[in-house]
Design a binder for this molecule. Sequence first.
Ligand SMILES: [Zn+2]
Length: 424
Amino acid sequence: MSEMNAASSGHQTASLGNEIVGRIDKLAAISETPEHLARIFLTKEHRAAADLILDWMRSAGMRAHLDAIGNVCGRYEGERPGLPCLMLGSHYDTVRDAGKWDGPLGLITAISCVADLHKRGRRLPFAIEVIGFADEEGVRFASTLLGSRAVAGTFVESVLGTRDAAGISMRDALTQFGLDPHHIGAAARVRSELLAYIELHIEQGPVLEAQNLSVGVVAVIAGATRLAANLTGMAGHAGTVPMRLRRDALAGAAECIVAIEDFCKTDEGGLVGTVGYIHAAPGATNVIPGQVSFTMDIRASTDAHRKLAVADIVRQIEAIAKRRNLSLQLDVTHENRTVPCAPWLRAQVAEAIASEGFRVFELPSGAGHDGMAMIDIADVGMIFVRCRGGVSHHPDEHVELADADAGARVLLRLIENFRPGGAV
Ligand SMILES: [Zn+2]
């Protein structure tokens, strides 16, 4: 600590890192069940977490409130009130049996950075807003990015009628939470209010660890296409139907899955493809499977690359189905565009990383983030922090104190040196 010079923005950061990890643990204690972390949109645990985060924001010198969708919003004024803001954030909902870092790390780090400025009485030529998005994971209503879509003004009102597994509509859940579903539009912000949106997040992959780096610059949030395939052949007796007369839908699906893997493996542009779900019917040991459904998730760093790859994979699956005399139904169930991080923000993130003494390394985000919605109203930048083994969406998700600390130092440096629009 004492070795850091006065010009370093990191003079408070050992305490920042400790504070961040302490708060990660406090927030993780707010869960549906103590042994399996779950903080699901519009539940009472979600509300308790929001109240705790609001407290942290206020003690960091921010004005704070819950917006119409349940986002936790804090504002730290700049040199004079009413200036456009640099918006920092992440989400505070979790998946089921989650890790405690995915989402909260970015949110808590941003609050700690503001608290550090506040403690020093430092005001900047712009405001800082910190936002904790209410629903990024989409666990309860199977619709992701609800919080950031509301802020970006792209929330689709028709999802209010969606029901959760218990039959409760989103509309009723919002009311029970103390929010007015008729006023979701009030959460929307406009481009002129925001200078940029920057999110710090755990990597959720093993790349930084392999590079032996604490932090990285995100170049792009990869788009994704999800498809559902249904192969229909003919069920039959496992003992009586000769092999050459079979129309085995599961063997056909197996060939498709291997073809997808081979295709993605030989791609040099970072294409990834996953079959994460399969169901065979009738599903008995002694019956030839007559019908199989499976899903595909295809991601790449550019939309053009992904679309070409999907078209190629579809052609291969069609050919396999035809050769095996299986009927095929293929549907695109979900499509996310690729969101590039703005070059001027990438440059400033890189500069902050270099200033803190780390090697600058760029990587794509294979996982989706709130920036995918925020791009509609602001340029987006992201900082990744290394997580152990690349493990995420799992209780073993872990970030070392030193890496949490490095992330905070970089974010604080970035804030203090921030130049809107990349001005020199
Ligand atoms: Zn996340």
